[in-house]
Design a protein around this ligand. Structure first.
Ligand SMILES: Nc1nc2c(ncn2[C@@H]2O[C@H](COP(=O)(O)OP(=O)(O)OP(=O)(O)O)[C@@H](O)[C@H]2O)c(=O)[nH]1
Ligand SMILES: [Mg+2]
Length: 489
C-alpha cells in the first residue's frame, strides 16, 4: 500500500501574529491578596508545580492526565524519568481549590483498565487533582537534608473552552467578520441553514427574543456540523458545551455583518452579549487556571486532523496558532514575577502515537512541530525551554511487521473500536518533510493527492498490570522527565 503522503515535500512557512498575553487581556482582573500569600507560602516551603495541559477537544487530555497520575503513583514503567528514584512516596491529596470538583481519576482509570475497557467520556466541566511527592534531596549535602514535599497540580477541562481564548482579543465586529468569512467560504456546505436564516434578518431592528434564539440555535447547529467534520476552530466553545449556561443571554447571540445600529437593536444587543460572554464566562476561566502555570504540555491530535483531510489540518494549524498567541511565556506579569512563576517549559506533543509504528514517530513529531511552528519560535525567542515528541497516554497496540506483495510493512495491531476485533493497521506513510501537507491545507485542497490517510480508533486493551506498574504508554516517562524531572531532584 502506498501512502498519498509519501512523496510530498516543500519549504517552510511563517506567520506573523501579534503577541497578546493572557495576563494582558485579563488585565482588569488582578489576583487577590489571599492567592498571593498562599503562593508565597507554597514557594517557600513546599513547591507547587502547576502543570497546564492544553489541547482541543479529543486531543487526549483526560487520557494523558489519568495515565500520568497512575504512572507517577506506580513508577515501574517510568525508566526515563531520571529523578524517579528520588521519590520516596507519591500520593493523591485534596486539591487546593475548594470550589473545583476533583478530577475523577479512579473512575477514568477503571474505565481504561476495567474488565470491559473503554475510553473516558468527553469532559463536560473543569476538575482538578493534586499529586504530592515526598522527595529525597540529592547533591553534596543531601545526607544532611531531610525529605521534602513537592506538589503537582493538574487541571482538566473541556477542550472546547480553549477555543474561547482568542475571542478575548476580538471585538464583536471582528469575530463576526471572521466567522462569516469562514461560513461563506470553505465551510459553506455546513452553514446553509444558518446563512439562509440570516438573509431574512434586519439587524438594525429592535431585538426580539425568538429571532435571537433562532439565530443562535442555527449558528450552534452550524458549529456542531463543522466539528463533526473534523474542524477545530468552532468558537464560542460554550455554544457546543453549554452546561448550566444553556438558554442564557450570554449564549444567545450569533455573528452579524457589521452595521450602524441604535441601542436596543439586534446588532447592539448581540454585541453586548458577546462582550458579556467574554467578561463573565471566558475571562474567569482563564484567569483562574491559565495565568498561574509553571510548566505546560500542548497536546495535538495530528493524526485525527490528517484523517479528516487537508482543510482540517489547516484549521487545526490556525486554531492552535490563535490559541498559542495568547500565552504568556518566559516573561512574567507583575504578580507572577513576585512569586517567581512563569511558564518555564513547554512540551509540544503529538498524541495517540500508538496508531503508528515507532519508525514513523519522528515524522509525526515533525508534522506537529510544523503545525505549531509559530508558538515554538515565539517560545524560543523568549527563552523558554521547549521540546517536542510523539506520545501515547495509553498504548493500545503492539508493533507488527507484515509482508504485503513482497514488501515489508511496519504496522500496529490492536482492537478496533468499530468491530471489537483485533486488526493489523498500516495507516500510510507520513512524509519526512511536512510542508506539502501544510501547503495543501492552506491552498484549500479537499482531499490528499491519493487515498486518504487512514486512522482507525483502537479500544483500550484488556490488561493485567503487575504490582508497581502503571498503564502502558509511549514516552510518558520522557515527557514527565522534561516537564517536572528537575523539581524532583
Ligand atoms: N490509541 C489511543 N487513543 C487515544 C489516546 N489518548 C486519547 N485517545 C483517543 O482520543 C479520545 C479523546 O481522548 P480524551 O483524553 O478524552 O481527550 P480530551 O482532550 O480529554 O477531550 P475533551 O474532554 O473532549 O476535551 C479517546 O476517547 C480515545 O479514542 C492514546 O494514547 N492512544
Ligand atoms: Mg477530557
Amino acid at each position: 500500500m502506498k501512502s498519498p503522503l509519501a512523496d510530498l515535500h516543500i519549504g517552510q512557512e511563517t506567520r506573523n501574529r501579534s503577541i497578546l498575553y493572557i495576563s494582558d487581556i485579563i488585565d482588569s482582573i488582578s489576583r487577590t491578596a489571599e492567592t498571593a500569600v498562599d503562593g508565597v507560602n507554597e514557594a517557600l516551603f513546599e513547591p507547587v508545580i502547576r502543570l497546564g495541559v492544553t489541547g482541543l477537544s479529543r486531543a487526549g487530555k483526560t487520557v494523558f492526565i489519568t495515565s500520568l497520575v497512575a504512572n507517577l503513583l506506580d513508577r515501574g514503567r517510568m525508566p526515563q524519568l531520571r529523578s524517579g528514584g528520588n521519590i520516596l512516596a507519591a500520593f493523591l491529596q485534596p486539591q487546593p481549590d475548594d470550589t473545583i470538583p476533583r478530577f475523577e481519576y479512579e473512575k477514568h482509570l477503571s474505565d481504561m483498565l476495567g474488565t470491559d475497557p473503554k475510553w473516558p467520556a468527553s469532559t463536560r466541566a473543569i476538575s482538578q487533582l493534586r499529586i504530592s511527592f515526598r522527595v529525597q534531596p540529592t547533591g553534596i549535602l543531601s545526607g544532611l537534608r531531610s525529605p521534602r514535599m513537592v506538589h503537582l497540580d493538574i487541571v482538566d477541562y473541556p477542550g472546547e473552552w480553549l477555543l474561547d481564548l482568542p475571542l478575548m482579543q476580538q471585538s464583536y465586529a471582528e469575530w463576526s467578520a471572521q466567522m462569516l468569512t469562514q461560513a461563506r467560504g470553505s465551510r459553506a456546505s455546513m452553514a446553509e441553514g444558518w446563512l439562509a436564516q440570516l438573509k431574512g434578518i434586519d439587524p438594525t431592528k429592535r431585538i426580539d427574543e425568538p429571532t435571537a434564539q433562532n439565530l443562535a440555535s442555527a449558528f450552534t447547529g452550524y458549529l456542531s456540523s463543522a466539528r463533526e467534520l473534523g474542524f477545530s476552530s468552532c468558537s464560542p466553545g460554550r455554544f457546543l458545551l453549554p452546561g448550566d449556561l444553556q438558554g442564557s443571554p450570554v449564549l444567545t447571540f450569533a455573528p452579524l455583518d457589521e452595521v450602524k445600529a441604535g441601542r436596543k437593536s439586534l446588532y447592539r444587543e448581540f454585541e453586548r452579549r458577546f462582550e458579556a460572554y467574554k467578561s463573565k464566562v471566558v475571562a474567569p476561566f482563564f484567569k483562574d487556571h491559565f495565568t498561574r502555570i509553571d510548566r505546560q504540555i500542548v497536546l495535538v491530535d495530528v493524526l485525527g486532523a490528517l484523517h479528516a483531510g487537508p482543510q482540517a489540518v489547516d484549521d487545526l494549524r490556525t486554531a492552535m496558532a490563535d490559541i498559542m498567541s495568547c500565552y504568556r511565556v518566559g516573561r512574567n506579569s507583575f504578580f507572577s514575577s513576585l512569586l517567581g512563576r512563569k511558564v518555564e517549559k513547554i512540551l509540544f506533543a503529538a498524541t495517540k502515537a500508538d496508531h503508528l509504528h515507532q519508525n514513523q514517530h519522528g515524522a509525526l513529531t515533525g508534522l506537529m512541530q510544523a503545525l505549531l511552528r509559530d508558538a515554538k519560535d515565539r517560545a524560543d525567542i523568549l527563552g523558554v525551554e521547549t521540546s517536542a515528541m510523539s506520545l501515547a497516554g495509553l498504548r493500545t497496540t503492539v508493533e507488527k511487521t507484515i509482508n504485503h506483495d513482497g514488501q515489508s510493512l511496519d504496522c500496529v495491531q490492536g482492537i478496533l473500536m468499530d468491530t471489537g476485533k483485533a486488526s493489523v493497521m498500516y495507516p500510510g506513510e507520513l512524509p519526512s518533510d511536512p510542508s506539502e501537507i501544510l501547503r495543501m491545507g492552506r491552498d484549500g485542497a479537499h482531499k490528499w493527492l491519493d487515498d486518504d490517510f487512514a486512522v482507525m480508533r483502537f479500544a483500550p486493551a484488556k490488561l493485567s498490570l503487575k504490582s508497581g506498574e502503571g498503564p502502558p504508554h509511549i514516552r510518558l516517562d520522557k515527557a514527565t522527565d522534561f516537564l517536572i524531572g528537575d523539581m524532583l531532584s
